[in-house]
Design a protein around this ligand. Sequence first.
Ligand code: AMP
Length: 486
Amino acid sequence: MTSSFSNLSLAEPLARAVAEMGYETMTPIQAQAIPVVLSGQDVMGAAQTGTGKTAAFSLPLLQRMLKHENSSTSPARHPVRALVLLPTRELADQVAQQIKLYAKYTNLRSTVVFGGIDMKPQTLELKKGVEVLVATPGRLLDHIEAKNAVLNQVEYVVLDEADRMLDIGFLPDLQRILSYLPKQRTTLLFSATFSPEIKRLAGSYLQSPVTIEVARPNETASTVEQHFYSVPEDDKRRALKQIVRQRGITQAFVFVNSKLGCARLARSLERDGLKTTALHGDKSQDERLKSLAAFKAGEVDLLVATDVAARGLDIKDVPAVFNFDIPFNAEDYVHRIGRTGRAGASGLAVSFASGGNDVRLVADIEKLIKKKIELEPVEFEDDRPRGRINDGRRRWREEGEAGDARDVLDALDRPRERSADSRPTRSVRPHRAPAAPRDPFFEKPYEAPEREAAPAWEATAKATPARGVSSNIKTKRKVPALFKAS
Ligand code: AMP
């Protein structure tokens, strides 16, 4: 379902901004969500980045904020009225930029706060007064603690990429933030999947939400050619380079499961002569934005990224996506390869499985996407480069293979692992196995593992002792502790 923005009766300044952006018809999530939000109802939306969901929540948000619009210079006249929470700095920055564009012909003020950079400039912006505040949860709590942000006049809250926020362990932070908001408000929650945890979150904080789903969240685009190769860990880099060369791939995303692995792989690919950049949580905000800009400008060929760092980035139509590591969560496979083959363009998704745990992870993906996966062998063109690569690998090992304190930080960028015994224990069919008869296993819809007891995050949130000025504010975030609990 698509329809024209002119059917919406958006206020003139918003309609003008939308027209200037070149939008003509609404995307399905916009056509469904905007009228519901304008009517004041809560929304639980399953929509991924790239579907136009930012405008789907921002335009009605701004339209409803217009009644507060004023040109006064007094900060008291510009309290925070709308709050948009996102899991990562890049996402927060992107959404804030879009909101600024949509609001450019209004007097509504907006700003963004996220961690990893100096708090002072953010504090100055907050002190001037803003109607729309885009934030990552941790940094927002820092500003609340410092009394830079007051949320008691918020009328509208958006929890974007809520599943990812829970994966990172932000639930206790979200609960604290939500406890500051007036009960009378509109709440929107967007998530790629409606896991039991997400449903619990919605049950606690949304009131009779309208559920909107624009596409089956676990579907992979039919335009994406998917290959799974069985490759020993040590040969993955060689396989990647060979496929890039053979297929004439100009640009690709390369996904890895950890920050440390991300930095190492990017360094070694760079040494191999490929223009590579890394995107992970240990990089400064400035470095991350520069990496992104360089990739968008076509100055680098390969962007090596962790899931958390790459989630939601507004990069479309990448010719290929590599899963250098099989993701721990099958849903992440769908997110990763959703970067390619967009809008009908053809794309390539290549995944490397190196045995062991990967077999189980591939079986999870198979079940989620409801497609049989063949593990193919890689036929290397030429064995000569092996020595050179092995030499490089030795150097690489010498540089610091041993686990160090960074492994703890690493864990923060890693999607939450499900317990091993909650996984289906089905093995992937070997290459060239005869076609299996119809298997009822694939006819069952994918279900995230149910937990009998309340999720760990709920217990943690209740058990978190109240400290500091208010029972709802914690004085210091202990992120590793949160991670362990999630
Ligand atoms: P999002 O899913 O919100 O990250 O949006 C993905 C991209 O689609 C962004 O670059 C938006 O500017 C663009 N976009 C959003 N809505 C529309 C629309 N109705 N028509 C064309 N482009 C759009």
